[in-house]
Write a protein that binds this ligand. Structure first.
Ligand code: EPU
Length: 434
């Protein structure tokens, strides 16, 4: 097994290039299943979530070619309907996109219920409601999802989402793309990755309008053709380096970003006294080592993203004054606070509200990455702490950050990946003792 070992206290300095957006890529890969031709996709992030999805596509019969570092080609022309590999699907949340993509391509799908980070109950009722409205019969049984379009093809419909859901919006777009007639999604999510999925599909011949607003119209087409597409930069990866620069009191130029997508993060960092300068496709973040408190409420885009909440939590531990974070999306996204407490943070959590007392002098400790963004938050805390922080369960972090350690080291961080022996399981321990 591997862990990160960080010797904290060094301000980050230099430049970092941001990779393609995870949450766009994990929808675009399943979308490639629907394309009758070769898709060339640039700026594909090399992270374990995309690796797993590409492996799933290969199992289904797609040909996946690595052209160079971040450019791949996917040819799904010979894909035949079959069960997707369940052990892989269970591990990632985004496997739910295979429901929409396979229904669109084959008129049926069998997948597992999705995995992913555990922030409390994460239902997919809005996905199912959307697929049902398009004419699919869906049954969830024994952890599997069985979906079937009775006459082999879905039909456009008007769908009002009860809850703003990124996944349901993207899944319904996928399902509606090759349906007959027009689909209208009301109360749609507006995240940049939704626009990116629509742009990808449109560049392959789909007819999707309004992505980025709360009403999306999909005019179904008979076929998608091959083409070339470049994924947008990752808003959350960029935000994570912005917060890391601010928290360590460093100065970092964050390159290959769309500054507009970072507006809410830049605004919040400015409230803490951090300087954020925006250029055409980069932002410069200058921390001053004297952070001010800030209150945050996470909301769907363009509100402050829940996926940046833990990283900001790590920063606010050290700010002057008391900060309040209200989590507006998930029931249970403060598990990382327990790890921060081991490092000396003073934080109280009551349901969806956390109160950060600030001014903590963090000290290194053995801690865990409880999920992807929690892991990023603990890395930021470790970079600021005095002494050594050892972080286990780093596979969560590697789900979503390309070359995290390499990029941080290039910014001057003292962080390395260290092997350590697997814990023997309890049975082996008993044998060893007895
Ligand atoms: N929800 C429902 N029913 C549904 C779908 C969602 O009640 O059918 C609820 C969820 O439980 C949650 C809220 O609606 O309380 C929003 O969930 P959403 O569907 O928007 O989230 P998601 O699609 O499951 C994606 C990202 C998450 C990110 C959220 C919110 C992917 C694979 N995951 O999840 O990313 O937090 O949108 O922006 O795109 C991450 O990258 O760290 C991550 C967790």
């Amino acid at each position: 097994m591997e862990k990160y070992v960080i010797k904290g206290g060094k301000p980050l300095q230099g430049e970092v290039d941001i990779s393609g957006a995870k949450n766009a890529a994990v929808a675009i890969i399943p979308a490639a299943l629907m394309v009758d031709g070769v898709c060339r996709i640039e700026n594909m992030p090399q992270i374990s979530d995309t690796d797993m999805l590409l492996t799933i596509l290969t199992h289904l019969g797609a040909e996946v070619k690595l052209i160079n570092g971040s450019t791949i080609e996917i040819d799904s022309r010979n894909v035949k309907f079959s069960d997707a590999p369940f052990d892989l699907m269970r591990k990632i949340r985004a496997s739910y996109y295979l429901i929409g993509a396979m229904l669109s391509r084959f008129g049926s799908a069998k997948t597992t219920m999705p995995g992913g980070c555990n922030f409390g109950v994460r239902p997919i009722d809005q996905h199912i409601k959307g697929m049902n409205a398009l004419g699919a019969d869906i049954e969830v049984r024994n952890g599997f999802v069985y979906a079937e379009a009775p006459d082999g093809r879905l039909h456009g419909a008007k769908i009002y989402l009860d809850k703003v859901s990124v996944g349901a919006t993207m899944n319904i777009i996928l399902a509606a793309t090759l349906a007959t007639g027009r689909t209208i999604i009301e109360n749609a999510a507006r995240e940049p990755h939704i626009v990116d999925l629509a742009n990808f599909l449109n560049s392959m011949g789909a007819d999707i309008r309004g992505a980025g607003t709360d009403t999306i119209k999909v005019n179904g087409v008979d076929k998608l053709h091959g083409g070339s597409y470049s994924i947008i930069p990752d808003q959350i990866e960029a935000g994570t380096y912005m917060v890391a620069a601010a928290a360590t009191g460093g100065e970092v130029l964050i390159k290959n970003v769309i500054p507009k997508h970072l507006d809410c993060i830049s605004a919040k960092l400015r409230e803490t006294g951090t300087i954020v300068l925006e250029y055409e496709d980069s932002v410069l973040v200058k921390g001053n080592g004297n952070l001010r408190k800030a209150n945050i409420k996470t909301l769907p885009y363009p509100g402050f993203p829940t996926d940046m909440q833990p990283q900001m939590g790590a920063l606010l531990c050290m700010a002057n004054g008391t900060s309040v974070i209200t989590e507006g999306i998930y029931d249970n996204r403060f598990k990382y606070v327990n790890e921060l407490r081991k490092m000396g943070a003073d934080v109280q959590v009551d349901g969806r509200i956390a109160i950060f007392e600030g001014r903590a002098k963090l000290t290194g400790a053995p801690v865990m990455a409880c999920d992807l963004r929690a892991g990023a938050a603990i890395v930021i805390a470790g970079l600021c702490a005095s002494g050594t922080t050892e972080i286990e369960d780093i596979h969560f972090i590697e789900r979503g950050y390309e070359n995290f350690v390499g990029k941080l080291r290039a910014l001057g961080a003292d962080i390395s990946i260290v092997d350590f022996p697997d814990e023997p399981d309890i049975h082996e321990k008993v044998i060893a003792i007895g």
